[in-house]
Design a protein around this ligand. Structure first.
Ligand code: AMP
Ligand code: TRP
Length: 346
């Protein structure tokens, strides 16, 4: 699988949590070693969240997100880590793709249905959100998109939009595949294991999420108070969502198999399990938090990394956008040489 291109993104909103880390960021860090990797801080997507649109908020969040990703191990010498709004081709391709995307496809998106249900007035951007995401991925002709379970439907939509474009105008895109972890693609909230751990709930509900840069005492408190079930100890044949979630976190952070983890805890009380999970989470996250604190003290260096990466992203995106415009009849012919499928570098 060497030589494939990996693309993914994260919104610079809310509090980046352990679910983001296990479902997405840690697979990204692994992917950058084997593959050409491009990661996007999706600030244009964040504009669909009304609370995110406050003066200076997004800019600060973009920097904070960059610091967290770098602290987790994204390496700018290996991967491109760029800011979506700095690469104009994203908004431009999103418009072009919206002209081939049926509204019905967008209305069927689970994330749209959930988010719009809670709103009195639904913005066009919220509906068109997956078209922008499709543009993000298709611009770079990415092969693989490492994401959590909640994004699977958006990647499927991306493939459908690309197919429809191809049928109408001709081939240009690569059909991307979602890359999901067999376990860990959906980490649940500690305070409510029936709900996905989420950035927004992490901001409003104490004990819901483990923030990647939360101090150790906050992490320990959240795990100690995690909801389990009415039992007292880990059983062989049990699958209560709260206990399963803790075992999954332990499995992924320890790198041990599920069977080994299960065997290690069967017959042990929930207190023992929680203490072990808390120790492992703190040991994993503490170095990340320290690196994050160091990086946060160097805002100019952070800005320089994303500005330089965004420049590289712009160069990679330009030929695809140009080719799309040509196929749609907006350009006479391509001004930028379009890379052949066997050479993405052009
Ligand atoms: P977001 O928080 O929506 O910006 O998501 C960033 C990435 O983290 C996406 O790939 C999500 O699918 C993934 N993600 C978000 N929440 C979880 C979760 N609870 N468990 C696993 N992956 C998640
Ligand atoms: N919508 C994604 C999320 O909320 C973030 C994202 C934006 C993304 N663009 C992307 C993910 C492209 C994968 C590929 O998690």
């Amino acid at each position: 699988m060497a030589g494939q291109r990996v693309f993914s993104g994260v919104q610079p909103t809310g509090k980046i949590h352990l679910g983001n880390y296990l479902g997405a960021i840690s697979p990204w860090v692994a992917a950058q070693v084997e593959h050409e990797a491009i990661f996007c801080i999706a600030d244009l997507h964040a504009l669909t969240i009304p609370e995110a649109v406050r003066a200076t908020y997004l800019r600060a969040k973009v920097r904070e997100t960059a610091a967290v990703l770098l602290a987790c191990g994204i390496d700018p010498a290996r991967a491109i880590l760029f800011v979506q709004s700095r690469v104009g081709a994203h908004a431009e391709l999103a418009w072009l793709l919206s002209c081939v995307t049926p509204v019905g496809w967008l209305e069927r998106m689970i994330q749209f249905k959930t988010r719009s249900a809670a709103l009195e007035s639904v913005g066009t951007g919220l509906l068109a959100y997956p078209v922008l995401q499709a543009a993000d991925i298709l611009l770079y002709r990415a092969d693989l998109v490492p994401v959590g379970e909640d994004q699977r439907q958006h990647i499927e939509l991306t493939r459908n939009v690309a197919r429809r474009f191809h049928a109408r105008f001709g081939e240009v895109f690569t059909l991307p595949e979602a890359m999901l972890r067999p376990s860990g693609a959906r980490i649940m909230g500690l305070d409510d294991p029936s709900a996905k751990m989420s950035k927004s709930l992490g901001e409003t509900r104490k004990g819901h999420a483990i923030g990647l840069v939360d101090p150790p005492d906050v992490i320990r408190h959240a795990i100690t108070h995690a909801v389990t079930d009415s039992g007292r100890e880990v059983r062989r044949e049990q699958a209560s969502p709260g206990v399963t979630n803790l075992l999954t976190i332990y499995e992924l952070l320890s790198g041990r198999s599920r069977e080994a983890v299960q065997a290690a805890f069967v017959g042990k009380g929930y207190t023992v399990l929680k203490r072990a999970v808390a120790d492992l989470v703190v040991t994993t996250l503490e170095p990340i938090r320290q690196r994050y604190l160091d990086l946060s003290a160097q805002p100019e260096a952070l800005d320089a990394i994303v500005v330089e990466s965004s420049e590289r992203a712009r160069l990679l995106a330009a030929p695809t956008l140009d080719r799309v415009k040509q196929l749609m009849g907006l350009h006479e012919r391509s001004r930028v040489p379009f890379p052949l499928s066997d050479s993405k570098e052009g």
